[in-house]
Ligand binder design. Structure first.
Ligand code: GRF
Length: 218
């Protein structure tokens, strides 16, 4: 069961998958490819250290307008071609900070999942009901950790979901609540969220690898 992981940053979620694989705790799944849009993503070094294929597929700068849209489409096709080479059973977005459109997604139907560092509602709505019966805003986009702090929430979490063309939406595979402490700043909160993320992504990948199918998962 082959996995490709897309990252943009440090790759601590990726490392959790490597560690689980080494511990025989990933349901027999193997991470065989790591791809980043950023050359300086430390996650690429983590892959190279283990002899796992690591690819940098940069998003070329282009003047706004038609040229940028064309460059973006070409980048998604290139990304898909690199990933498709490894014929992954699953593509994991773990801290991948680019939005992927059907140009990419069409190549991997129902087999792309994303780790989102906030709670998301099953109905794609604007609020989430927590286990304690509190209704809080559903946080989407690239700044949900500082958003949770700024909103003065005392709870947030992380969600692994199937990727659909709508950003930070799609069927939820698993999620964990994470408390926000009065003393938290962005880094302390994000570290606590990442602890939960590492456990969540391993659990979901193991279940998908052992259940043998993605269809109907969540
Ligand atoms: C994770 O919190 C992920 O949910 C978010 O960006 C962070 C990436 O962290 N999208 P890392 O690169 O896995 O350490």
């Amino acid at each position: 069961y082959s996995i490709a992981v897309l990252i943009s940053g440090s790759g601590s979620n990726l490392q959790a998958l490597f560690d689980a694989q080494d511990a025989g705790d990933l349901g027999g799944a193997e991470v065989n490819l790591v791809v980043s849009d950023r050359a300086d993503a430390y996650g690429l070094q983590r892959a190279l250290k283990r002899g796992v294929a690591a690819a940098h597929v940069p998003l070329p700068a282009a003047p706004a307008g038609a040229a940028r849209r064309a460059a973006r489409a070409a980048w998604e096709e290139r990304l898909a071609a690199v990933v498709a080479t490894f014929q992954p059973d699953l593509v994991v977005l773990a801290g991948f900070m680019r939005i992927l459109s059907p140009i990419f997604l069409q190549h991997f139907p129902d087999r792309v999942i994303n780790q989102h560092p906030a709670l998301l509602p099953a109905d794609g709505g604007e609020t989430v009901l927590t286990s304690s019966g509190l209704r809080i805003p559903a946080l989407r986009g690239a700044h949900v950790v500082p958003d949770a702090l700024r909103l003065g929430l005392n709870i947030t979490g992380c969600t692994v979901h199937r990727v659909t063309p709508r950003v930070d939406d799609g069927p939820i595979l698993a999620q964990t609540e994470v408390p926000i402490l009065p003393t938290d700043d962005e880094s302390s909160l994000h570290e606590r969220i990442k602890i939960a993320e590492r456990q969540l992504i391993v659990q979901v990948v193991r279940e998908l690898a052992t259940s043998g199918s993605l269809a109907g998962q969540g």
